[in-house]
Ligand binder design. Sequence first.
Ligand code: HDE
Length: 694
Amino acid sequence: MAASKPRTKSAPPADSRGQGGELHQHAGGTHPPLTTNQGIAVADNQNSLRDTPRGPTLLEDFILREKITHFDHERIPERIVHARGSAAHGYFELTRSLEEFTRARVLTEVGVRTPVFTRFSTVAGGAGSVDTPRDVRGFAVKFYTREGNWDLVGNNIPVFFIQDAIKFPDLIHAVKMEPDRAFPQAASAHDTFWDFVSLMPESMHMIMWAMSDRTIPRSLRTIEGFGIHSFRLLNEAGESTFAKFHWRPKLGIQSTVWDEAVKLQSADNDFHRRDLFEAITAGDFPEWELAVQLFTEEEAEAFPFDHLDSTKIIPESLVPLTVVGRMVLDRWPDNFFAETEQVAYCPANVPPGIDFSNDPLLQGRLFSYLDTQLSRLGGPNFHQIPVNAPKCPFANHQRDGHMQMQVPKGRVAYDPSSLQDDTPRETPEGFPSHATTPDDGVKGRVRASSFADHYSQARMFFRSLEAPEQAHLASALVFELSKVETAKVRERTVSHLRNIDDALAKRVAAGLAMPALPDPAPTATPAQDFPKAPEVRVIGRTKDLLKGRCIGILFDEGSDAGLINNLRKAADKAGASVKLVAPKLGGGKLSDGKTLAADGQLAGTPSVVFDAVAVVLSNEAAKRLLKESAAIDFVANAWVHLKAIAADEGAQALLKAARVGNDPGVVEAEDAKAFLTAAATRQWAREPKVRMLA
Ligand code: HDE
């Protein structure tokens, strides 16, 4: 009989005998008793209940049925977009009060640490897709403020594809895998995406960003975040100021090169997730500054674009950034499903003092998130899941529904009421604190004429980039359009490029070997020449830092122990992490007779996962490794991915086989200083030697 047993910790025997006589292995140790979800202790978790040893399983086996039933329902629907994500806990600390502009305490109380939960995601792929496709990254922050939750649900790109929320389902249907063939997964390089965007000139500015190096980041720790829309801040006097929110990574912005991003997909599906996990668990906490752009209605009137249009940035030359705080992510979630999967962000979650603008994209989002979460999380009580619940008290008269976790007391569940003293009531401190806006009295399905300029900022973006970045962008367009089967879609896209930058259009047309350059797309609003916006670059904004970078050292039997130790020490001092790679995980005996184990086996640890590599080999080992393509690829990829390479005398044969050339990024392993200087950056000057860019 399944009676409840005393809850003492028991040490199970090293093995135990099931009723059929077979042995189960136990790993040992002291553990609490295993129970069913009803708290019934389980004596045998290996065998289902049968009436004879070889007879059918009995329906009576409630332990089996509960376990399998729970398993059958373990998956919930994945997010329709941003399905693949990684998240971490941390805090936000205000360093500068915005009291003049807002009454929201999270933005006025300097020094207070507000807990946050931040989730990064890709947009197009499913939950099981890879981390490193070319894609926009979601950057969603839940601030558990003393006045309720504030969700700043942003992306790593400051603009968006469309101006009006009514186009979102079309955009997403176009970018997701094509419905008849169910591919490609997590990629925009296909006909339906380019068909749609080439018919939506408003997406051209975003296309410039999406085809730039921003969408192939090296690490989630090196991406920026943007709230995109203009929000409003409201102060005690009810005065309103517009605000745009920016997250700036402490480590600077870093991206990969395309060939590296492609190879990372096969080297490590979880590259970004693992990188974030490893950094946080090593105590190397990622950090971002929160900056705001603040401006008034009158200032906005003078902009040469409409700030309510999410396809536009406000260049920093027009409205500079003011840093107001920092976010530190210092704790990996205990459980992926309970926290990262069940977290529900919603741009409509704002505390008093933060309000919305009339951006039509934001307005649609205010509806969509709660709606999708009702079905994704199975009912109206998902706000009670620990990761979603506010950390301040919350109470109202909403009741019941699926999965109600609270047990409300008393007979009053309505308002107004007079029967009970402790029921929640309205408070003057709370919402509404909405801004009043002038109303022009026109109602209709209209798009403001101030939203009509689709090319000026796309041109500004492209022309602001450094030359290698422009080449990457052109090559990305050639790559994506080369996957598009329909000629007229390719031509239509190039016709938009002609309105952005004719030289870019010609490069892309040449890269596709187009027989003729298509005419520019018709437009009533030709591009204006805006001043360059250097803040959009990646290359100029990468910090030459070793902190946050990882160096891989390839070694084998007989490698020079002194050299390896020197390199490790120097890298450690400079703040870089080091991983050792060898043909076998057990490593080998070095020149000093001591055995050094590797962190990764060569076949499973290619150089794409590192920011720079050192190769320290004896002549014999190098000779042996000439027969190992993974060793040659290790060096060859570091070279073509523009990474610093340090090599000792013995390793030269491998460098030769990998066709490594000569440049300031290739140094002797003895010169740790020169190596670390080179390792702190990418060798952009090498690129024309190794790649034909468009
Ligand atoms: Fe989202 N978006 N979105 N989005 N979005 C979702 O909400 C939507 C947009 C963003 O880590 C969904 O819970 C509409 C812009 C992030 O859980 C859904 C429109 C920006 C995340 C939804 C947009 C974003 C989402 C899917 C056009 C950058 C992941 C699952 C008006 C500012 C949040 C969910 C997480 C998720 C709707 C456009 C960012 C369907 C209708 C612009 C970071 O509600």
